[in-house]
Write a protein that binds this ligand. Structure first.
Ligand code: TRP
Length: 334
């Protein structure tokens, strides 16, 4: 690695407790990166308002739950800066300045804008804030002068937009920001209990810190090979949702055995569910134990955040001095 520190930034909207889809899709990767880069991870609570502005009652509790699970999953506040977006007001100042130079059509053509407006019918998303979602996200990233942004493929268009905004800013005012690169790491696809993508909105999730009994109960409801009706029917692991979870949690030997015994109808779906549930419980045990420790002492979360907010603010304030100088609107606090 080069001598110059490389900055990584990523965030998630506060959706409460982390589920296995969030974990394998993002959080596990964040944990790995904290040893390799100077990492900033945050709860995008303002972003939650872009669609859920009418009912804000759950945002702070969801923020706590998310961060508690991040810590349980192995994010270490000694290594990474973990913070809350709304606690670093500089994001808002930068967002405002960027809004002055951002052509409206750039925002209107971001694919997620139209897609979500069409898909989500029960909320009015014809708002200034919703249109500006990718621009606030841009401010989040570049205020830390981040080099890399670990995100899922679904965020690719947002990152491309951010890079365009950076080029425009640097063009007008001089080179302040590096162009942030997306860091697409290969992440396993995590299906939900019903074989659709795991997502809170489908109500098909398994919590990363679910109890042993919850895991047993949920695994029992999992879809399997839809063509296997009786136990004596041979199964097909290739199209079995349950088998996807073996690939995430079981060792090679178990995977091979289940594959063989399922095809030969030696093991039934119910047996297989019992086996999988115990393997999952065992593998998630350390994470669950850390979460219980945090629940006994929630100040672990607040302390980590207080410290993280302060560190994030420091870097954001340094960047804003550079920005205000570049834009030539800087009264240095008079
Ligand atoms: N859009 C991201 C999501 O919904 C959250 C987010 C906000 C983000 N700001 C960001 C992600 C900056 C990466 C970088 O998951």
């Amino acid at each position: 690695m080069s001598q110059v520190p490389q900055y990584v930034l990523s965030g998630l909207r506060p959706t409460g407790r982390v589920h296995l889809g969030n974990y394998f899709g993002a959080v596990r990767n964040w944990v790995r990166l904290q040893d390799l880069f100077d990492c900033y991870y945050f709860v995008a609570d303002w972003h939650a308002l872009t669609s859920d502005y009418a009912d804000t009652s759950k945002i702070t509790q969801s923020t706590f739950d998310a961060v508690a699970d991040w810590l349980a999953a192995g994010l270490n506040p000694q290594k990474a800066t973990i913070f809350i977006q709304s606690e670093v007001k500089e994001h808002a100042e930068l967002h405002l300045l960027l809004s002055m130079i951002t052509p409206l059509p750039w925002l209107e053509r971001v694919p997620t804008f139209k897609d979500q407006q069409e898909q989500i019918e029960n909320k009015d998303l014809n708002t200034y804030g919703f249109l500006g979602y990718p621009l606030l996200q841009t401010a989040d990233i570049i205020i830390y002068r981040a080099n890399f942004v670990p995100v899922g493929e679904d965020q690719a268009s947002h990152l491309e937009f951010s890079r365009e905004v950076v080029r425009r800013f640097n063009n007008f005012y001089g080179d302040v920001f590096p162009e942030p690169q997306p860091l697409f790491t290969e992440t396993p696809k995590v299906p939900g209990l019903d074989a659709r993508k795991m997502s809170k909105s489908y109500n098909n999730t398994i919590g990363l810190t679910a109890s042993a009994d919850e895991i047993r109960e949920l695994v029992m409801t999992m879809f399997t090979d839809p063509n296997r009706i009786r136990k004596k029917d041979p199964g097909n692991p290739d199209i079995c949702n349950l088998f996807q979870f073996h690939k995430l949690f079981s060792n090679g030997e178990t995977i091979a055995r289940v594959d063989r015994e399922c095809r030969a109808a030696e093991i039934g779906c119910v047996d297989d569910k019992k086996l999988l549930a115990e393997i999952m419980i065992e593998s998630l045990r350390p994470i669950r134990a850390r979460r219980e420790e945090i629940d006994r002492d929630p100040s672990i979360v607040w302390d980590a955040l207080r410290d993280g907010n302060r560190k994030a603010r420091e870097r954001a304030q340094q960047t804003m001095q550079l920005v205000r100088d570049a834009v030539k609107i800087n009264y240095h606090g008079l």
